[in-house]
Design a protein around this ligand. Sequence first.
Ligand code: KG4
Ligand code: ZN
Length: 393
Amino acid sequence: MKHWNIGTLERQKKKFIILGIETSCDETAASLLEIKEQKDEPSFRILSKVIASQIPIHSKYGGIIPELAAREHIKKIIPVIKKSLTLNPSAIDLIAVTAGPGLITSLLVGVESAKALAYAWGKPIMPINHLQGHIAVNFINNQPQFPALGLIVSGGHTELVLIKKYNQYKKIGQTRDDAAGECFDKVAKLLGLGYPGGPAIAQWAKQPAINNQQLTIHLPRPMFNSNDYDFSFSGLKTAVLYLVHPVKSRRAGSPTAKFNRGTKTLKFKNDEEFIQNICKETQQAIIDVLIKKTLKAAQEFKVKSIILGGGVIANQELRIQFSKKIKELKIPVKLLIPFREFCPDNATMIATAAYFKYINLTERQIENLKNNWSKIKANSNLEIGVRPQFSCR
Ligand code: KG4
Ligand code: ZN
């Protein structure tokens, strides 16, 4: 399969270097990606990957504070880019920056910094959809078979997209309220486990049952049997809220103060047992819904690959159960799961998405990128695959 379609000069050089920049949420990230043509297949080498995480700043608030995130991006963006420049900037062929979706004040920092560099260095610049980045990171030295189905699960999104080719997406489902990652984060906050909630809940869930306590809490699997590919997770969080019933903490004005179990029928020897039960069940409810909907869509659209992406995909139990279920049901698909380090936001995924966008451009479009900086805008509501270039039924 031939992908390489870049300009004559670059083709002669047989090496292409992209600087990726990502600031959509609470990670300031930059990465240099080198791509070489080898027997018509691209071969990727990550030259640098720098991430400045803001978790310590936001964790005390139990969630991201947009104003603080933007201020921190402003402080970190130049040091992070500088650290990522392991070669002379003159060697860079393209600057790729996340244009959306995300927090607008965070996005603006990355976008405006990338534009300034493109102008100063005289480099072409390309805006990238963050969600495409979460999918594209799977393509680093790994080929999917098309048509494919992408499941993006992060703190802000839960979406199912059909992928006809490397750059052709069509959205077929999304959450109607909270994203799965948001549900992890909110449940963790209710339990006083800090931010981000996903890793904390996963940690509690994987411990052996305290006092051999059987799982006695049952939480809903919202929209498990609905006849579409949408999701809903706010009800799950509310169900936990009713169990936790933080009357005391609200009165005390502290979300992490001791909670008062709302249901008298639940019998636990201590709070740890209660927390562990909720963590195991919340995680399993989310996993059940994500797997059910994804496999249903995979079968209906007869896809050849399933591609996972987003922060929640770092969840070990989700990764294991996805592979197991596909084997059990003998669904003939290739499952692509990113290495765990590439599940949370990073800039390598933005550079990779830029490559797959770039190779589909005409020579003229490539030429137009050269003075593109003045046209690039951050768009917090940027969507993926809502105006598809193909029909799927
Ligand atoms: O993709 P991401 O880094 O940022 C957004 O684009 O939103 O995703 C962040 C989300 C958070 O909600 C976080 O709790 C969740 O990913 N997350 C996890 C795990 N690690 C991060 N959720 C479940 N299990 C994990 N191990
Ligand atoms: Zn993300």
